[in-house]
Design a protein around this ligand. Structure first.
Ligand code: GRF
Length: 204
C-alpha cells in the first residue's frame, strides 16, 4: 500500500513509520514525504537518503488553503498514493480534500481523544490533574478530532511530570501506536465505519 507521510515538525513519527515500512511483514511502502516547513528537517534528509521522494510544500507561498491543498493533492496523485498519514502535520486540511480522501487519512494526536483536544494537550493534562494521558490515532473527518478512533496508547502522568517530560513519553507511545494503527488499516482489519473481526481458528 502506497503511503504518504505529511509532517510539519521534527519527524520522529515519520522515522517510526519508515522503520515499520521496512519490516518484512509490512505491506506499506512510504511512497512520499511532504513537509510544509522549508527549514532544516533532519528526518526529511534521512528519508531522502533512504530513497524516499520528499517534497517541501510551503503553505506560506499559497494564496489560500484550497490552493495549498490542491497542490498537495496533485503531488499525492503523481505518486499514486493510496493512504495519507498526518504525522504532526500542523495545517488544517480543506473539506474538499478530506472528502476526496474519505477513510484514507490517519492522524496522530498527542492526547486521549475526545477528552483532551487542541494544541496544548500536555498543559491541559497537567492543569486538570488527570492521571492518565496518551495518544490517539484516528481517521480524519471534516470536523477536527472527530474521526473514528483506530488505536490509543495510555501513558501514566507522574507527579513530577512537566510538559516536556510528558511530551517525550507520549511521543514514545505515538511511535509505537502509529505503525500498529497503519498496519490495522493497510491489512484491512480496520476500515472507517466498520470493524472487521478476523476469526482465527485451527483447522482439524
Ligand atoms: C507529535 O506529538 C504529534 O502528535 C503532534 O505533533 C508532534 C509531531 O512530532 N501533532 P514529530 O514531528 O513526529 O517529532
Amino acid at each position: 500500500v502506497k503511503v504518504a507521510v505529511l509532517i510539519s515538525g521534527t519527524g520522529t513519527n515519520l522515522a517510526a513509520l519508515i522503520a515499520y515500512a521496512r519490516e518484512p511483514a509490512s505491506c506499506v511502502q512510504i511512497a512520499l514525504v511532504i513537509s510544509n516547513k522549508s527549514g532544516d528537517v533532519e528526518e526529511l534528509r534521512n528519508a531522502a537518503r533512504a530513497g524516499i521522494p520528499t517534497r517541501v510544500i510551503d503553505h506560506k507561498l499559497y494564496g489560500s488553503r484550497s490552493e495549498f491543498d490542491r497542490t498537495i493533492d496533485s503531488v499525492l496523485e503523481e505518486f499514486s498514493v493510496e493512504l495519507i498519514c498526518l504525522a504532526g502535520f500542523m495545517r488544517i486540511l480543506s473539506s474538499a480534500f478530506i472528502r476526496k480522501w474519505y477513510g484514507k487519512i490517519l492522524n496522530i494526536c498527542p492526547s486521549l481523544l475526545p477528552s483532551v483536544k487542541g494544541g496544548n494537550a500536555h498543559k491541559q493534562v497537567l492543569q486538570a490533574g488527570v492521571k492518565v494521558t496518551g495518544c490517539t490515532v484516528h481517521f480524519v473527518l471534516e470536523e477536527a478530532n472527530t474521526g473514528a478512533i483506530i488505536l490509543q496508547e495510555p501513558v501514566s502522568v507522574n507527579t513530577d511530570d512537566t510538559e516536556e517530560t510528558l511530551l517525550e513519553r507520549v511521543k514514545e507511545a505515538e511511535c509505537r501506536a502509529f505503525p500498529i494503527a497503519l498496519q490495522l488499516v493497510t491489512s484491512g482489519v480496520v476500515r472507517l465505519g466498520e470493524y472487521i473481526y478476523i476469526i482465527i481458528y485451527k483447522a482439524k
